[in-house]
Design a protein around this ligand. Structure first.
Ligand code: SF4
Ligand code: SF4
Length: 494
């Protein structure tokens, strides 16, 4: 399962209400969003993206949670069949990075984040409900003063505790504190080689600090994984990046596609086109071969797939040997820092918050919250578009609900699918996305896109067929990324 596109941070980020974008001039990033006074450390965006949107709300003030959402009167047998095994917990929205693709638009704390007492009570409720592993994220989890207290409580209740981080402030002292508290594994986000990573993360030096964090964790003997998003700017350097991560000593690598949520929805130039899964999947398979030799485990995120020729290579070790349908609200729980509960941490807040822990128990919200139930009740009849008539529809149920919903405002049709792209290639067609409505600017928001089905240009189709047959190379080149459709360049924030 993926942990969404939350930014991760460190170094102390005050809730600086003055953080804002300059209105004109050369590309510059938010003023002193981390409170270090280091506004000159920000990096210029890559040429392919152009200037960052002037009014992009890098750290908007999150709205307070919606309270007292209704719960169903009764628990049904199907609700008892599922139990949250894995919880991903945004313990704070506070962050010291400024990631252009951050799904939660992290930066400032939410106005109503859980107190320590409330957080510790939630830990107990998770343990009682059967959660086995909790991953703390942010923002940046270690920017909460009580972060080690939370880790210690999770461990004391017998649950595995892991963390996902951008690593900017994961210095020796913080690592030592995490080790002492019992943190068992840390996944550091690294999204490309140095220049690309720094551009995407919005802070010069963030690649170096991420690699330093990996070294600090290894020195403290905390197992280290990495997670990487694959987007338009990073696609061609992912294999070289993987080599560096292997050399740095990671035990696992989770990859996912950059998804059109939050700030990424403001800049579609960050996103791959759906047909580019034809070059992503063979590239992932090539990395898999290297990973086996290096004894590094690859975890393809739930938006990497599905059911193409590499499915058993990448997911053969799963119980069914292939992708199953979305686990939101069945095996997975997502928690926002204010106690809002969702079936998956990546899902949009507006449509998927099932209740708030201040209003009802975790068990009640898990069993009776309407938005927690959608995958328990989903059938093929809920799918639409290409997915509705797909051979794999009943097993796959359109793959990742998050990826589909943030594109179209509802789940059930996922164009980022290898099987689908291959079938379309056989017909000489491909799909691309056109943005038709902006995101609102709130954490975990999304815009709206439409699918355009088009014929392949002859030269690109020949390359696509060659990549599909050989598993080698790319269709695009780093110097010639796919052109953006009308309105698809850098977008102004809402
Ligand atoms: S087309 Fe849709 S239902 Fe079929 S495999 Fe792809 S994502 Fe799953
Ligand atoms: S929406 Fe479903 S498939 Fe997608 S990341 Fe969340 S749990 Fe996984």
């Amino acid at each position: 399962m993926s942990v969404g596109q939350s930014a991760h941070s460190a170094m102390g980020t005050p809730d600086d209400p003055s953080a804002s974008f300059v209105e004109s001039g050369p590309p510059r990033l938010p003023l002193d969003v981390d409170g270090t006074g280091a506004s000159d450390a920000r990096v210029a965006p890559a040429q392919t993206l152009g200037a960052r949107p002037r009014q992009l709300p890098i750290a908007p003030r999150a709205e307070p949670s919606r309270r007292h959402l209704p719960l169903a009167e009764a628990t049904r047998p199907v609700d008892l069949r599922w139990q949250p095994i894995y919880a991903v917990w945004e313990t704070t929205l506070r962050c010291d990075l400024a990631c252009r693709h951050c799904g939660s638009r992290a930066g400032r704390s939410r106005p109503d984040e859980l107190t320590t007492a409330e957080a510790l009570d939630l830990v107990a409720q998770m343990a009682d409900l059967g959660v086995r592993e909790v991953t703390v994220i942010g923002g940046e989890a270690y920017l909460r003063e009580d972060w080690t207290e939370i880790i210690r409580a999770i461990r004391a209740r017998g649950m595995t505790c892991t963390m996902t981080t951008g690593g900017r402030g994961l210095d020796e002292a913080r690592v030592a504190a995490a080790k002492e508290a019992g943190l068992q594994s840390v996944s550091v986000s690294v999204d490309g080689l140095e220049a690309t990573h720094d551009m995407l993360r919005g802070v010069s030096g963030s690649y170096r600090s991420a690699m330093d964090a990996i070294a600090n964790l290894r020195a403290a003997r905390i197992p280290v994984a990495c997670n990487t998003q694959i987007g338009r700017q990073s696609l061609h350097e992912i294999e070289a990046l993987f080599d560096r991560l292997v050399a740095a000593g990671i035990h696992s690598w989770q990859i996912q596609l950059t998804v059109a949520m939050g700030r990424a929805a403001d800049e579609p130039a960050l996103l791959l086109e759906p047909w580019q899964v034809l070059e992503v999947m063979p590239m992932v398979a090539r990395c898999h071969e290297k990973a086996q030799a290096a004894k590094v485990r690859i975890w393809p995120g739930n938006n990497i797939g599905y059911f193409g020729p590499y499915e058993s290579l990448l997911r053969g070790g799963l119980p069914r040997g292939h992708m199953a349908s979305c686990g939101a609200g069945r095996s997975t729980l997502g928690i926002e820092a204010n106690g809002d509960l969702k079936g998956c941490p990546s899902l949009p807040t507006a449509d998927y918050v099932a209740g708030n822990i201040r209003d009802a128990s975790l068990r009640d919200i898990w069993e009776r919250g309407a938005a927690m139930r959608f995958t328990r009740d989903r059938t093929v009849e809920d799918l639409w578009g290409y997915c509705r008539d797909c051979y794999y529809a009943d097993t796959c149920r359109a793959g990742c609900s998050w990826t589909s919903h943030v594109l179209f405002g509802r789940p059930g049709n996922n164009p980022f699918c290898h099987h689908r792209a291959l079938e379309l290639l056989r017909e000489g067609k491909r799909e691309r996305l056109v943005k038709v409505a902006p995101a609102s600017g709130a954490p975990f928001d999304h815009g709206l896109f439409e699918i355009v089905v088009e014929g392949w240009p002859a030269d690109e189709m020949a390359r696509a067929q060659a990549v599909a047959e050989s598993g080698q190379g790319f269709i695009t080149s780093p110097d010639h990324p796919p052109p953006l459709g009308p309105g698809q360049g850098t977008q102004m924030g809402a």
